[in-house]
Design a protein around this ligand. Structure first.
Ligand code: AMP
Length: 216
């Protein structure tokens, strides 16, 4: 099963993708997480993408596409994968279709959330420095303050979750998302879930939407 989760920044893609991947036993491939790992490790790619990420701009397509294509060729993606944060542009979507051959992806789900709710959510978002698991100060707090429930790693607020950068990220993403929704809707692969409900309810809807798609 090859799934794409779409949604604006803060829609809950990371939380939902992690839970769904675990449930289905397939890989969770998050472009933002991969870029942040490169930055933490101080790789050449990490240094290259820093300037874009800090401003809330997209990393150039060629760099992003190469990184994701390398990732989905790995062994753990053989049974399937959930893409979270990729594709974000038409060029990325086209490259993905080309790489996957005629059948393309099996299922695309958009997590819909209003802009006001997104800004409110991102203000309280925390991420684990080690395993990238997302938390929220009030909606999804960790059991021990400042520590990840899963690995004990330190929780921090992303520099690009500050309100002015968030606004820019939303602006950058809105038009692009509309084009992707149009593309996948025309391919008959698009489903939508209401991302403003509680996390468990969104998961249920997501699972329901995914169960309606079957691998080609
Ligand atoms: P995210 O964690 O998905 O919110 O991504 C954080 C940042 O990583 C974005 O603001 C971009 O700078 C970069 N990024 C993540 N995914 C992509 C993508 N598919 N294309 C270009 N840049 C991306």
């Amino acid at each position: 099963m090859r799934i794409i989760l779409l949604g604006l920044v803060g829609a809950g893609k990371g939380t939902q993708a992690q839970m769904l991947a675990q449930h289905m036993g397939i890989a969770h491939v998050a472009s933002g997480d991969l870029f942040r790992q490169h930055q933490e490790q101080g790789t050449e790619l990490g240094l290259l993408v820093k300037q874009y990420m800090e401003k809330g701009d997209l990393v150039p397509d060629d760099v992003t596409i190469r990184m994701i294509m390398d990732r989905i060729e790995r062994e753990d993606c053989r049974q399937g994968f959930i893409l979270d944060g990729f594709p974000r542009t038409m060029e990325q979507a086209t490259a993905l279709d080309r790489a996957l051959g005629d059948q393309g992806v099996d299922c695309v789900v958009n997590i819909r959330v209003s802009q006001e709710e997104l800004v409110r959510r991102l203000r309280g978002r925390l991420i684990c420095r080690q395993c990238q698991t997302p938390y929220h100060q009030t909606n999804l707090p960790p059991k021990v303050e400042g520590r990840c429930d899963k690995c004990g790693g330190e929780l921090y607020q992303r520099a690009d979750d500050k309100p002015d950068v968030v606004q820019r990220r939303i602006q950058v993403q809105q038009g692009l998302l509309a084009a992707l929704l149009d593309l996948y809707s025309k391919q008959g692969k698009l489903a939508e879930v209401d991302g403003e409900r509680e996390i468990e309810k969104v998961s249920e809807q997501l699972l329901e939407a995914v169960s309606q798609c079957s691998p080609v």
